[in-house]
Design a protein around this ligand. Structure first.
Ligand code: FHN
Length: 433
């Protein structure tokens, strides 16, 4: 009897291991969505939650060691009188962005959508009582903006998020929880997010880094669950690592792919999946009333160009105020990006990183037989381009279509610009044979 049981147990382990190792085969719809995702090039990231009321970023609960029972009372005062999904989506469109990624639940554990898995959510726990995610989803579908959900894997409130991770140690959780219950809670919420809000472009996970590297999050089960509900939904996990089986995209936090200025990306080797870089417009994700350190219009435009030249999308963040409005300065910066994209969108949307690698002077993007040379920083009136055996038929300034002279050089050409480039971005359009 004992022998049979041991044999059964061993077989079960082997079967589970085999099942767990099955390669993920994305559906045709998923592959198509990956292409469309890459074509969109620009998205707006939204960090909004009850933390916005304290106007000091989304980590305030952890940073100030606010006890979770006390923090939860913030929900009683959350009433964003000016929240207007129509205005948000219109602002996003004016920015030239094609998708929104919004925090459905951040590390504080508060759900910004109507969930039946816990009453700690915007519908049940605030006097506002409206499902803002539903209103946003409806408006996104109406205005043709794709919707992605940020979803925190870690939770600073729930007792069943146990073992506790390396953050949120001072928020007063003392109970020892039960991971199975937390896992079920997450699956339940993901089911809701993928059934109650129409087609979802992506689930964007965050927080895996809270647990040790060998911790078993059972991510593959979570990924398969998502794909069983919406096979076309992309899965992106901001784990700061190389992509894992079951994922559909790779994001880099505050870094272009291959860089590690942020310190997050040291082990994030570039994989084969569609790429994205997420960045703050000032230095904060959630609303921070004292953070006026906004990037300039020029820097933001350069960032979208550099992302595209690095074959990545840009996901540029805004932290709405507690009343539900975007800070004025954020709107004005987004508008500037949108204005630039009205003229130069053709050189960004639908492109892929050009075959000429990014340089200090700028980057290239490519679509069909056109190569767009984005000059961002050049101290000369001429520019050498290594053409890797490709023949250039014509070269002209993208803006006014004036021809640009070029001469042949070893393994490439030299563009004779005739002036020092002085636009925010000087784009030369090359037609290749
Ligand atoms: O801790 C979060 C942070 O609050 C924010 O959501 C960013 C967005 O990329 N991700 C985490 C830090 O890696």
């Amino acid at each position: 009897m004992k022998k049979t049981f041991v044999l059964f147990f061993v077989m079960l382990c082997i079967t589970s291991a085999i099942v767990a190792q099955q390669p993920y085969i994305p559906t045709a719809e998923n592959l198509k969505n990956r292409e469309e995702f890459q074509d969109m090039k620009f998205g707006v990231f939204i960090h909004w939650g009850i933390y916005s009321m304290m106007a000091d970023g989304e980590w305030i609960m952890n940073n100030k060691n606010i006890q979770f029972e006390e923090y939860a009372k913030l929900a009683n005062g959350f009433f964003p009188t000016k929240f207007d999904a129509v205005k948000w989506v219109s602002d996003v469109k004016a920015a030239g962005a094609k998708y929104i990624c919004i925090t459905s639940r951040h590390h504080d554990g508060f759900s910004m959508f109507g969930t039946k898995q816990s009453d700690y959510n915007i519908v049940d726990a605030t006097p506002f009582g409206r499902d803002v995610i539903k209103e946003l989803a409806d408006e996104c579908h109406k205005q043709g903006i794709k919707l992605h959900f940020y979803y925190s894997l870690l939770d600073w409130k729930r007792a069943d998020y146990y073992p506790l991770g390396r953050t949120g140690k001072g928020v007063g959780r003392t109970e020892t929880g039960n991971w199975e219950s937390y896992h079920k809670f997450m699956l339940g919420q993901l089911t809701e997010l993928l059934t109650n809000y129409g087609e979802i472009g992506a689930i964007w996970f965050d927080g895996q880094w809270d647990q040790p590297a060998d911790f078993n999050w059972r991510m593959r089960e979570i990924y398969d669950h998502i794909h069983s509900i919406q096979p076309g939904c992309l899965i992106i996990n901001n784990h700061h690592l190389a992509p894992a089986e079951g994922e559909d995209g790779q994001t880099f936090e505050k870094d272009l792919p291959g860089q590690n200025k942020s310190g997050y990306s040291s082990t994030a080797t570039i994989g084969q999946l569609p790429l994205e870089t997420c960045e703050t417009m000032n230095n904060s994700w959630g609303y921070n009333i004292t953070d006026k350190n906004y990037k300039s219009e020029k820097d933001l435009i350069h960032y979208i160009v550099k992302a595209a030249g690095n074959n990545a999308n840009l996901l540029m963040n805004v932290g709405p105020r507690p009343d539900g409005t975007f800070p004025d300065i954020a709107i004005s910066r987004y508008n500037a990006m949108g204005e630039w994209l009205k003229t130069y969108g053709e050189t960004i949307y639908g492109t892929r990183g050009g075959f000429i690698a990014p340089h200090d002077w700028g980057v290239t993007t490519q679509k069909g037989n056109k190569l767009y040379v984005h000059i961002l920083n050049l101290q000369d009136e001429a520019l050498y381009l290594p053409m890797q055996g490709k023949r250039v038929v014509t070269a002209k300034m993208f803006l006014d279509k004036k021809p640009v002279k070029f001469t042949k050089a070893a393994d490439g050409i030299v563009l004779q610009l005739g002036i020092l480039p002085n636009e925010t971005v000087n784009v030369v359009e090359l037609v290749l044979e």
